[in-house]
Design a protein around this ligand. Structure first.
Ligand SMILES: Nc1ncnc2c1ncn2[C@@H]1O[C@H](COP(=O)(O)OP(=O)(O)OP(=O)(O)O)[C@@H](O)[C@H]1O
Ligand SMILES: [Mg+2]
Length: 279
């Protein structure tokens, strides 16, 4: 089982987005420029994601995020994210960015959305000075994840086939078509050892500490929504706890906030060390 090493205390992070001089200044669609208006400043997240390049535009009328992907696999994920955001903006009260536009050209896909305040939980945990502060952050993560799992998803999402079966099919496709960490042997093991089904809920689908934003010492906003679906909530729990799995105090804080259920080590390994290896 692979567990992420947080190294909370060894990194020096500022509590703000920074100008990164060597990030290439990705051009954006003309239509986005019209929506954004007069740009006062452009900046970048401290940590770019693996699948896209993100730019922040601070404009006269507000702050915007342009997320751009170039590889075919990631372009299809960005389109999915755009669709998910539109649906969730329209049908739920979840704290997520507001979808503004999606454009494609020959080489890239672009998603324009509102820039939400806050810093990723990973950074907030590094900045937090005391165990109590960290526990408070993780407790709020659990509480916020509960709101996702208790939110009624759009009706047509509920009518889709079993999420885990679909994910296993996608895992096989990814294994045959893309570079993934998982291998054939692991996939066969996952197919043979499917955990007993439990009721599906709305899930974030990539619920790591990089994909939630913290304001006022509380997890407030979910970002990076391309995998959001009606699915197995144990997948979200596994990805949420992967970076503090062996820290009992933080794990307890998470579950005290989350309250709905706990996952077993076996389930953790199935979802985090297993299924996640194919995405
Ligand atoms: N709407 C937003 N408001 C504020 N910050 C954002 C927003 N969207 C993205 N960010 C910032 O940009 C970073 C990368 O965004 P995101 O996680 O969506 O990209 P990604 O390439 O899909 O990442 P991953 O590696 O998880 O696939 C985030 O960690 C966050 O700092
Ligand atoms: Mg991300």
């Amino acid at each position: 089982m692979w567990v992420e090493n947080m190294n909370y205390d060894n990194r020096n992070v500022a509590n703000e987005v920074t100008m990164v001089k060597n990030t290439k200044n990705q051009s954006i669609p003309e239509k986005f420029k019209k929506i954004i208006g007069n740009v006062l400043q452009t900046s970048y997240p401290k940590r770019q994601g693996a699948t896209s390049e993100v730019q922040f535009f601070h404009a006269e009328q507000g702050n915007y995020v342009c997320k751009c992907s170039s590889l075919p696999k990631y372009r299809s994920w960005l389109l999915k994210e755009a669709k998910v955001m539109q649906e969730l903006n329209a049908k739920t009260a979840l704290s997520i960015p507001t979808y503004l536009d999606f454009e494609e050209d020959e080489n890239n896909s672009y998603l324009l959305m509102s820039m939400e305040p806050g810093i990723p939980l990973r950074e907030a945990l590094i900045v937090a000075k005391t165990v109590e502060e960290k526990k408070n952050l993780i407790h709020s993560f659990g509480t916020k994840l509960r709101t996702v799992h208790e939110t009624d998803p759009p009706l047509k999402w509920k009518q889709q086939a079993c999420w885990l079966d679909m994910q296993l099919k996608r895992a096989a496709y990814n294994l045959n078509n893309y570079e993934v960490d998982g291998n054939q042997q692991l996939l066969e093991k996952l197919i043979l050892n499917k955990p007993e089904t439990i009721p599906q809920t709305l899930i974030h689908g990539d619920c790591t500490i990089d994909n939630v934003l913290v304001t006022d010492n509380q997890v407030h906003t979910f970002i990076d929504l391309s995998e959001t679906a009606f699915g197995d909530p144990r997948y979200d729990i596994a990805l949420a706890i992967r970076s503090f799995l062996f820290d009992k105090e933080l794990l307890d804080a998470f579950y005290t906030g989350y309250r709905l259920q706990q996952i077993t080590n076996e389930e953790f390994n199935y979802f985090d060390g297993g299924l996640y290896e194919f995405f």
